[in-house]
Structure formats: C-alpha cells, structure tokens
Design a binder for this molecule. Structure first.
Ligand code: PHE
Length: 369
C-alpha cells in the first residue's frame, strides 16, 4: 500500500492553492483516501505498511504535508493548514491504533481456532494386557492359602542333586529318580553337578534349613522334565509346593486343608478323595482326586468313566526328611503337597491342550481377561 497522493510532494503554491477555502477540500480528499487504506488493513504486515505510509517520520504522508505544505505556506494559509493537519493527524493516529488492536485481536482469534483442542473428542484407547492364565491361576490358589495363614516364598530353578533328590529322601539309584527325567546342566569337567529342578519340593528343604517351625508356606515356580511335548506334557511347567510343619499337625489337618482348598478353588459341589500313592518324601503319600466337574461323578469321557479326576500329590512329611534339615522328628509333624498349575487351570477352565499355555496366542490369552 502506498499513497496515491502525489500532491503531498508538491508545495501548496505548486498546487495552486492560494486561499483558505481551498484547504479543507484538499484535506477531505486525503482523509477519504486514508479511510479507504485503513479499511483494507487485515493483517499485521499490511498494518505496518499502512502505519509507515501515513505516520513514517521521513516519508509518511503527514511528514510530507508538514514539510511541503505547512512549513513553506504563506502566513495567511498557515493557520488553516495547521488546523486541518492537526485534525487529520488526530484522526490518523486514532485509526492506526484502532486497526492495530483489531488486527491483533483477529490474529489471536485465528491462533486460538487453529490450536483449539476438542476436549469432547473420545481419547485413544490403549489396549491393556492381562495376567497370563498361569499367573491368574497361581493367584487364585495363593489367595486361598494366604487366607489360611500361609506365606509365599520362591527359590532357584537351578538346583543341586542334593536339594532336588537326596534331602528329599531320594538317594542315588532310587527308582524315583527315573520317573523324573532330569535336565542336567552341561558344565566343565570336574564342576559339581547342577540340574533344572524337576519339582518345587527342593524348596521344602531350603525353607526348613533356614527357619524353625511353625512353617506354613507355598512356593510357586517353574519346573523342568525331559518329557516329550503333547497335549498333557511339557518340558517346562509350573507347580505350587505347599508345606506345613508344626508340633501337632495331624492327617486330619491335612485332609481338612485339602478339602477346604478344593472346594474354594473348584466350588462347594466338588468332592475330594484321597487315594494311596507313593513319594519318597511323604509317608503316607496320597493322590488327591476331585469329583469330575463335567459329569459330577456319574462318569463321562473326561474322567474316563471313573467319576474322579486326579488333582495333585501330597502326604505327611516323611520323618526321614526332618533328619536332613535338623528338625526334631519326634516333636514335629506336617504335610506337603505339590500342585501342577497348568493342570488346575485346565480342569477349571476346560482347556484340553497344555501347549496352549506356552504358545501365547493372543486369541487364547484374550479369553481369560
Ligand atoms: N513333588 C511331587 C511331584 O512333583 C509332588 C509332591 C509334593 C508330592 C509334595 C508330595 C508332597 O510329583
């Protein structure tokens, strides 16, 4: 924007103005031009050009008027020109300032509109993971034993034969070692042997070595066996060991605990049965069976028409074990159990293939939110 008013570069004499009466129309024309300019100012850059064009100290229109019209004016015109110039200046300054405020306000409105955040828009939902079914099942089991005063402890997956076998009353060449095909670590010649624990029972020994009775613990953990994977076998799976030792624990306490646990976990309609079994570290040893959750005990394919389903191994702690941990076998008694976590989850949720736990296909995992 530049002023089209070339006449401000000329003197009044050059413009042929000689009388008072010629002054007002001259200014009126300028003022109209100024108002047209002002109306076109709609952003900051234009406003600066506009301001400089009219108010610039050296070459603004008002400066030219002062230099070319006012200063050289003959005395008889000075008054009229001075007065008209003052009026024009007041008008120009007021409008320039008003346009500045308007341009600023509209720039701010635009920025606000541009940066506006719509708080009513729905947020981005991030998928939240869940605990793996193994972990959920462990937590369900642990909750029941915690309510009975048990505490949770954990221990190493790499063990010595002493803890995994000897101290559990399974000496070398004992046939029970064969039933747990064991992974031994490949160590430099001469190094003491190490193995992947085949059950969580070694933690019975660790706990009794490090604390005095009463003992009430459960031990969740991963165990390893050289089994060929199929729908009921995996070379790594999970167990929960349980151990209670005190001065007056009876077989009745054991049975009551087992029945309470099973009815809490599977529901009150599920009955338990103890079946004689054998483990070197318990005497007597039992297998805990539950009435079939599918047929209720009348017999079906799931329970192989027996009405019962095998749940876990357990028994009263064999006094020989106390000898390995310096517990007084004459004063103390207790029971132990070892549950397969996958087996429990399979029973409870009707899962037919143990491999599903390890494949971690989200289509499977999502079914257990
Ligand atoms: N450790 C045994 C197994 O893995 C289970 C068990 C634990 C049995 C404790 C009796 C007492 O088969």
């Amino acid at each position: 924007m530049t002023t089209k008013t070339s006449n401000v570069l000329q003197t009044l004499a050059e413009l042929g103005v000689s009388g008072d009466a010629q002054v007002p129309p001259l200014f009126a024309e300028l003022r109209a031009e100024f108002d047209r300019d002002a109306a076109a100012v709609n952003d900051e850059a234009l406003w600066k050009e506009f301001r400089d064009a009219w108010l610039g100290r050296k070459s603004g229109v008002l400066a030219h008027i002062t230099d070319n019209w006012l200063k050289p004016a003959p005395p008889e015109l000075k008054r009229a020109v001075g007065q008209a110039l003052n009026e024009l200046r007041a008008h120009v300054e007021a409008v320039v300032e008003a346009r500045r405020a308007a341009v600023e306000a509209s720039a701010e409105r635009e920025a606000t509109a541009r940066e506006r955040v719509d708080l009513s828009l729905p947020g981005v939902r991030r998928p939240i993971g869940t605990h793996h079914l193994i972990q959920q099942t462990f937590q369900e089991i642990a909750r029941i034993f915690l309510s009975l005063g048990y505490t949770v402890v954990e221990g190493p997956e790499i063990e010595t034969p002493y803890y995994n076998f000897e101290a559990l009353n399974i000496p070398e060449h004992h046939p029970a070692r064969d039933t747990m095909d064991t992974f031994y670590l490949d160590l430099p010649a001469g190094a003491p042997p190490r193995l992947l624990r085949t059950h969580t029972s070694p933690m019975q020994i660790h706990v009794m070595e490090s604390q005095q009775p009463p003992v009430r613990i459960i031990v969740p953990g991963r165990v390893y066996r050289r089994d060929n994977p199929d729908s009921t076998h995996a070379f790594a799976f999970h167990q929960i060991e349980g151990l209670a030792v005190d001065t007056d624990i009876t077989f009745c306490d054991f049975k009551g605990t087992v029945e309470y646990f099973v009815s809490q976990f599977f529901g009150p309609q599920v009955k338990t049965r103890l079946r004689s079994s054998y483990f070197p570290f318990t005497e007597p040893s039992t297998e805990v069976d539950a009435s079939c959750h599918v047929c209720g005990g009348s017999g079906c394919r799931v329970c192989k028409f027996s009405g019962w389903i095998e749940l876990f191994g357990a028994g009263m702690v064999d006094p020989a074990v106390y000898g390995f941990v310096n517990y007084d076998a004459k004063q103390l008694s207790g029971f132990a159990f070892g549950m397969g976590v996958e087996r429990f989850a399979m029973r409870k949720y009707g899962i037919s293939d143990i491999q599903l736990f390890f494949q971690n296909d989200v289509r499977f995992l999502r079914q257990f939110p």
